[in-house]
Ligand binder design. Structure first.
Ligand code: FAD
Length: 400
């Protein structure tokens, strides 16, 4: 049958692919669908196990839109294990502290140095431009021997022998490939997830994110700053080795953004923050242009895998960005997937074990990020109560 343009094979042949003993990674192959942060990270970790790795990416070039990313120590410790931290630290910034303020009054609610957290994990807290992270991951994936095919869009997936057979449109022609394991790292609108028959849809959060990269000003803060306000909030931090500031402004919007991102209307941003502190408004005035992203997440999924197919990153657990953990969790997925396949060999059972480790943690973070939306945007009395709690107990109210 067909689901969303993807061929779904019958249960009998799916069962055939679900059987089969574990295979040695060094004589196995993986097809990864999607060359985002998650897909590239998985390409690197699976190549290190010895698998032959192909990555199919529908876009014509590996490129990220201009925006920043917070990379917490739970992710950077894996990037360090992969030998990528030196390259990343050349383009990233180590922010000094998390600075939480009420965006209307500029009243300081909490100020916490990142040092202790980084020391606990033995890895740094970093902020980086997404394009810079993607460049490092793409170069490392290519160096490791991943075969990255651009302009290649997955069309169908079906069991074939003891593995899977995938078909993609590559420009005007169709190509086919067999693999022992298929990883859907194809983002929040994943077609691999459709193949698994889960029947879930991304949930629009009635919020959008306006993002901008602003040339550095002399008074720019070395901190990650979080400004909370009624129905909106703003996050800023330095990127591009400290030569620019990333700004993310979250505002309510009932009309969904249908594409992943679109040019943002600056007047809407200025209107949403009209009553905010002059310092916040001055920052937004400096933005040369905004991109607008619709915010979508998924309900936690009941399963990620079937037979020799599994999910990773946003395809498995797209989350609202209010804990800044989406990319970090994709990197964790890639690390854990390789750990489990290295230990168990390549088999459906190994994919189930990977999923069993990852699902509870990512579900907790998905729900925590939703909860934060409510706390960040409180109005009236709730806002005053929240501010008092953060002042008294620190920002732990806002963490997972
Ligand atoms: P994606 O980046 O979506 O990549 C999927 C890839 O698959 C794409 O390249 C796509 O073209 C490709 N693809 C899709 N379908 C097909 C197909 N059929 N065939 C071939 N290729 C296909 N995370 C953090 O850790 N820290 C942050 O500070 C942070 N801030 C954020 C702020 C905002 C406003 C938003 C929206 C998100 C933020 N995130 C953050 C989350 C993070 O951006 C995502 O979790 C992360 O990019 C997911 O990576 P991914 O590789 O799983 O998916």
């Amino acid at each position: 049958g067909k689901a969303g343009g993807l061929t779904v094979s019958d249960p009998a042949s799916q069962a055939a692919a679900a059987s089969g003993a574990a295979r040695d990674p060094a004589s196995s192959s993986a097809l990864i669908v999607g060359a985002g942060i998650g897909g590239l990270a998985a390409g690197i970790t699976l190549r290190r196990l010895g698998l032959k790795v192909s990555i199919w990416e529908q876009a014509e070039a590996l490129a990220e839109v201009g925006a920043g990313l917070q990379l917490s120590p739970n992710a950077t410790r894996y990037l360090r294990d992969l030998g990528l931290l030196d390259a990343i630290e050349k383009v990233a910034v180590v922010p000094r502290a998390l600075d939480v303020r009420d965006g209307r009054t500029f009243d300081s609610l909490a100020h916490c140095e990142y040092g202790p957290e980084a020391a606990r994990h033995g890895a740094p807290f970093l902020v980086i431009h997404r394009a810079d992270l993607l460049d490092v991951l793409a170069a490392a994936a290519r160096d490791a021997g991943c075969d990255i095919r651009l302009n290649t869009r997955l069309q169908s997936l079906e069991p074939h022998g003891t593995g899977m057979r995938a078909v993609a449109a590559e420009g005007d022609s169709l190509i086919a490939q067999e693999a022992d394991v298929v990883i859907g790292a194809d983002g929040v609108r994943s077609v691999v997830r459709e193949h698994l028959g889960l029947g879930v849809r991304p949930v629009f959060a009635r919020r959008v994110a306006y993002r901008a990269t602003i040339p550095l000003r002399s008074d720019t803060s070395p901190d990650v700053r979080l400004f909370l306000g009624p129905d909106a909030h703003l996050v800023t931090y330095p990127v591009k080795a400290g030569t620019a500031v990333n700004v993310v402004a979250i505002v309510r919007q009932d009309k969904p953004v249908s594409r992943w991102s679109e040019p943002g209307d600056a007047s809407k941003v200025h209107k949403a923050f009209a009553g905010w502190a002059p310092e916040v408004r001055a920052l937004l005035e400096d933005a040369p242009a905004f991109l607008c992203w619709g915010l979508y997440d998924l309900d936690p999924l009941p399963r990620w895998s079937q037979g020799r197919v599994t999910l990773l990153g946003d395809a498995a657990h797209a989350m609202l960005p209010f804990l800044a953990q989406g990319a970090a969790q994709a990197i964790e997925d890639a690390a854990v997937l390789a750990q489990v396949l290295g230990r168990e060999g390549i088999s459906p059972d190994a994919l189930s074990q990977y999923e069993a480790i990852r699902r509870p943690r990512t579900a907790r973070i998905q729900l925590g990020a939703r909860r934060n939306a409510g706390i960040y945007h409180m109005k009236g009395l709730g806002r005053f109560a929240r501010n008092m709690v953060i002042k008294a107990t620190g920002p732990s109210l806002l963490s997972r």
